[in-house]
Write a protein that binds this ligand. Structure first.
Ligand SMILES: [Zn+2]
Length: 446
């Protein structure tokens, strides 16, 4: 075990070198790295991943037909439902993928998906994180030894799981170690605010929607918050108004990162705050319309990403379910990586319980994350104590055990006075944008 930990520590240290500077190298150098990784990953997928093997054979394609990122569109678009139903087809059969971590998406699209990350890719990701940390760490004047509060969905959070996994398999030098406070965003804001004030973090990280909830709570109650040097959000979006509230009124710079369970480090925000710089050498990304045609800069469309890092579940040309546009602006920060607009925030509502208590919608999503029978779900909060739940299951049936389990979890999370009405349906209603809103509250915000 010790040798393994030393190996992965050295591996990470090796790959960390130059990561903070890489975004400022020339675009052609970055594209060269990208195209090399495309060739390696397509060859890997063809050799070890049943879906790509079968698909490429069917289309008469060979790895040598892929010279760079532009060739990735020769592969069919893959979407979330496919990966949900055919999980095994996207897994690598390589015998080198024996240590891995499986994580499920938070289900913010109403359709949780499970993805396997191999150990090598997780340590590469740890190294690539240096890119998105660089802008806000420059505000601290130090690279290690700072205090960070991480508000995540507890043991269910992807970031938390990955950190625990990496800590178990590697050694971290003491001086560089970050002093982390782990809090659960399933807990109410009043509780977390107290803990944050006691810890006095330099950085607070969470979902955009949770930070919105926290700062709105502070705004409403006038309670004191220890002012961090920056807040960082990922996981979902933050509205323009709430961002302004944090940046202008509280004078705290806001940074966002863009990633998903299927592609961990897609992009990051620099200190000019115009948009997100896309790590195109790791996760080449394109924007397409409903017909699958590429859209020019400035046009909002579906985000399609290829993960050139993960060799557990291999996903190329994958439709993530977000909408965004490439910006034609060149960022004055000097970074060569192209800019993407902030993706449409996901649209879940806050759960409001009796006595004005609030719960983040992740408290609902978490209930479904580990439910393998569920393909999609939608929860509508009717009153402070009643919920209507619609579920699309993977297999037909009445699913009494599933219904019981979900009812129990709701009561455990939201209180004994809660009633839930669960029905199994064939399909859920979509918004005009084609999205499913998984958590809706009918209770007025006022
Ligand atoms: Zn920039």
């Amino acid at each position: 075990m010790m040798i393994t930990r030393l190996f992965w520590s050295a591996f990470t240290a090796f790959h960390l070198r130059g990561q903070a500077d890489l975004p400022y190298k020339s675009l052609s150098r970055i594209e060269r790295d990208r195209d090399r990784r495309v060739r390696q990953m397509v060859a890997y997928a063809y050799r070890y991943v049943p879906f790509y093997r079968k698909t490429m054979n069917r289309l008469g394609l060979r790895p040598s037909d892929f010279r760079g990122a532009d060739d990735l569109e020769k592969l069919p678009l893959v979407d979330r439902e496919q990966v949900q139903y055919h999980f095994k087809d996207f897994l690598s059969r390589s015998k080198f993928v024996y240590r891995f971590l499986e994580v499920s998406s938070g289900g913010s699209t109403g359709a949780p998906v499970k993805v396997r990350h191999d150990i090598r890719s997780l340590f590469l990701n740890a190294a690539h994180g240096e890119r998105d940390r660089a802008p806000y760490l420059s505000l601290l004047g130090k690279n290690g030894g700072y205090r960070q509060t991480l508000l995540s969905p507890g043991n269910f959070g992807t970031a938390h799981k990955i950190q625990m996994f990496c800590r178990k398999h590697a050694l971290y030098p003491k001086g560089k170690r970050i002093n982390r406070q782990y809090l659960s965003l399933l807990d109410p804001p009043e509780e977390n605010l107290q803990k944050i004030n006691a810890f006095q973090p330099d950085i607070i990280c969470s979902y955009g929607s949770y930070l919105e909830m926290l700062f709105n709570y502070i705004e409403k109650t006038g309670k004191f918050l220890h002012r961090p040097k920056a807040v960082v959000y990922g996981g979902d979006g933050m509205s323009h108004n709430n961002r302004q509230l944090i940046e202008t009124k509280h004078r705290i710079p806001v940074f966002s990162t863009y990633g998903a369970v299927e592609a961990l480090k897609i992009g990051f925000e620099c200190n000019r705050h115009i948009g997100l710089h896309v790590n195109i050498d790791l996760y080449p990304l394109r924007i397409i319309d409903d017909q699958g045609e590429a859209l020019p800069d400035g046009h909002i469309g579906h985000v399609v990403v290829s993960n050139l890092i993960n060799r557990g579940t291999v996903l190329l040309n994958y439709r993530l379910g977000d909408r965004a546009a490439y910006l034609s602006t060149k960022c004055p920060c000097g970074c060569s990586l192209p800019l993407l607009s902030f993706p449409d925030g996901r649209m879940d509502d806050i759960i409001k319980l009796k006595g004005g208590r609030m719960r983040h919608p992740q408290a609902v999503r978490t209930i479904f994350t580990e439910e393998q029978e569920v393909q999609q779900y939608q929860v509508v909060q009717q009153t402070h104590t009643s919920f209507i739940i619609k579920i699309v299951t993977k297999k037909e049936g009445k699913h009494p055990a599933l219904k019981n389990r979900i009812t129990r979890k709701f009561v455990k999370s939201f209180g004994d006075d809660i009633t839930v009405d669960i029905s199994i349906v064939n399909a859920l209603e979509r918004t005009p944008m084609g999205k499913i809103r998984p958590v809706i509250s009918m209770i007025d915000n006022a």
